[in-house]
Design a protein around this ligand. Structure first.
Ligand code: BES
Ligand code: MN
Ligand code: ZN
Length: 483
């Protein structure tokens, strides 16, 4: 990722490969940033002319390459930020994408008058634009963008910059892992990735193999893993930034490295997208790296149950009854509802760590994509304090989630005569009944479940890195409050 520098000396008179200037828009007017106004004097009034001629409106995503005039920057790009914070985020993303398309190595950005949340997003937009897919390895490779110089805003500290760069690097790590094909990104690969991350950071990693998983009686994880020649792993990542006695926040990520559906096999169209069924796990990797890199004064533990869901002569079958680590029995009525099974064992493990809060992240239900589409993640759980903090964190960083109800009546849909609980609850409210199933395996008073089936990757089959920004913001807010 690029290096970010907060500069207190004037940006306009410095040198870079590209100077980024901004304009916002109201219904009727184009609003130039103070820096853009200042720059236009040295740009022979090009900006004023563009606006007067009606060729630039300041809308989000709009941009214009200008002649450099009397400035010593190699290029000058004027970018529109529209008239809302959401518009501005999209505008920043578009501006940096335009830069990386031209192989720009050093960008100078006039962010001094932007609110802190947008300065943070500038860091994330630059980092995200720089990302390029490459196959294999535990880290994203460096792109062409090497340096971003930001005109230091008054209310923006180097500590805020540190948190923003850590979050942005986390997003790219998550995207990198998420986009790996299923034959590369196996449970064993994710285990190695945890070891590699521990080596690179202050995190501690523990990777349990099949034998150790059996010892913990994780019958639900083992049942899903049974059909695959790729053995499962149970990964624990620890950040000890708080006092030894402080109860940890626990993050649990679904790590199904490929979901065929198992014996209840999925239809062929778009089945390739089920390589993304480990995006919850990838999110935990990204957030744990961010937490370590930003040295957050908190204890955070990441837990990843990971396996592959395959049809096979040894695979778990519809109607099979299995026993989870908690001792509860589950009737597996559909082997494609496998995410909740592996999470059941992981949530039970999380409870044993006596956490202050547990947050699980999972590409759990197709129904969530139908309910909420691709723009907001589904949020369910118990503990209003946690749920409202997560909602606020998501809104603050443009990575929103939306709470769905989880009343008692939905729980009845999971009733069966053959076990304590069935793993599916019928056609209606599929996202909610999946969360109801999870609730049976978590006893933490502050427990949240994020269903990221619609938000973790795009219809263009690219990973988004969501909800790393949401979770990093939630944790950094928590860290700031504890000090
Ligand atoms: N990984 C899928 C959920 C999913 C599907 C995410 C499509 C994103 C896009 C999950 O394991 C699954 O298969 N869920 C089933 C549950 C059903 C059998 C109750 C589903 O959503 O169809
Ligand atoms: Mn499935
Ligand atoms: Zn799945």
């Amino acid at each position: 990722m690029p290096t970010f520098k907060l500069s207190t000396s004037p940006i306009l008179t410095q040198k870079s490969d590209c100077l980024l200037l901004f304009a916002a828009a109201t219904e009727t007017r184009v609003l130039l940033s103070p820096a853009a106004k200042e720059a236009d004097k040295k740009l022979d009034g090009q900006i004023a002319k563009l606006i007067k001629n009606g060729d630039f409106h300041g809308k989000s995503g709009e941009s214009a390459w200008l002649a450099t005039g009397k400035l010593s920057h190699k290029r000058v790009l004027l970018a529109g930020l529209g008239n809302s914070e959401e518009d501005a985020r999209d505008g920043l993303t578009a501006a940096f994408t335009a830069c990386t398309k031209r192989n720009v190595q050093h960008v100078a950005v006039t962010v001094a008058n932007l609110p802190a949340t947008l300065v943070e997003h500038t860091v994330s937009a630059a980092t995200v634009a720089e990302y390029q897919y490459h196959q294999g390895g535990f880290t994203p490779k460096a792109g062409k963008l090497r340096q971003v110089t930001l005109a230091k805003p008054k209310n923006f500290s180097s500590k805020q910059l540190k948190t923003a760069t850590a979050a942005a690097a986390g997003i790219n790590l998550t995207r990198h892992l998420a986009e790996q094909p299923g034959n590369i990104c196996t449970p064993v690969f994710l285990g190695q990735c945890a070891q590699a991350l521990a080596k690179k950071t202050t995190l501690r990693a523990k990777v349990l193999d099949e034998k150790q998983i059996r010892k913990l009686k994780m019958g639900a994880l083992l049942a899903v893993a049974k059909g695959s020649v790729n053995p499962p792993r149970f990964i624990i990542l620890q950040h000890k930034g708080g006092n030894a006695k402080d109860a940890p926040v626990v993050l649990v990520g679904k790590g199904v490295t490929f979901d065929t559906g198992g014996i209840s096999i999925k239809p062929a169209p778009a089945m390739d997208e089920m390589k993304f069924d480990m995006c919850g796990a990838a999110t935990v990797f990204g957030v744990m790296q961010a937490v370590a890199q930003a040295k957050m004064p908190l204890n955070v533990t990441g837990i990843i149950p990971t396996c592959e869901n395959m049809p096979d002569g040894r695979a778990v079958k519809p109607g099979d009854v299995i026993t989870a680590a908690s001792g509860k029995t589950i009737e597996v009525l559909n082997t494609d509802a496998e995410g909740r099974l592996i999470l059941a064992d992981a949530l039970h493990y999380a409870d044993k760590l006596k956490p202050v809060a547990v947050i699980d992240i999972a590409t759990l239900t197709g129904a969530c994509v139908i309910a909420l589409g691709h723009h907001v993640s589904g949020l369910m759980g118990r503990g209003d304090k946690l749920l409202s903090a997560l909602t606020a964190a998501g809104d603050a960083v443009g990575d929103p989630c939306w709470q769905l109800p989880m009343g008692k009546k939905y729980q009845k849909q999971l009733k069966t005569d053959y076990a304590d609980v069935a793993n599916i609850g019928g056609r209606s409210a599929g996202t909610i009944t999946a969360a109801c199933f999870l609730s049976r395996f978590s006893e933490c008073e502050q427990w949240a479940h994020l269903d990221i089936a619609g938000t973790a990757w795009t219809t263009g089959k690219r990973a988004t890195g969501r909800p790393v920004a949401l979770l990093t913001r939630y944790l950094s807010t928590l860290a700031a409050r504890q000090r």
